[in-house]
Design a protein around this ligand. Sequence first.
Ligand code: C2G
Length: 129
Amino acid sequence: MPTVITYGTFDLFHAGHVRLLKRLKRLGTRLVVGCSTDEFNGIKGKSTIMPYEQRVEILTACRYVDAVFPEQSWGQKPEDIVREKADIFAMGDDWSGQFDDLSNLCQVVYLSRTKDISTTEIKQLVNAR
Ligand code: C2G
């Protein structure tokens, strides 16, 4: 009954996000997602099109996601892993190695990103029209 935990902004929800969440769900039976708040994205230096509430609404509607909680800081992951009783922490491999310190709490896995699809590229396509 493994629980998988992951984190992200998930702005302009796209097939790359879906494919990752689908593969993450296959790693266990429960997938919980920390969705970056607008304030935390400010700290990450990341601008978003969609407000936090809408990004949560879309993630919650995704068939692969069982629960969504706010990601408000870099340092909250250990307490989240304990609270959610997560067995696996997993991210796309653009984060490869960045969270290996969590391996004392749970298995740490990085899955390949979907190429040629990103929120940045979508924004550029829209602006180019
Ligand atoms: N992703 C992917 N393929 C893409 C785009 C994104 O697999 N084409 C994955 C990323 O690797 C990440 C997840 O989808 O695991 C969410 O991506 P972002 O919303 O860009 O997340 P990010 O802003 O990197 O936030 O504490 C971790 C951070 O909150 C991650």
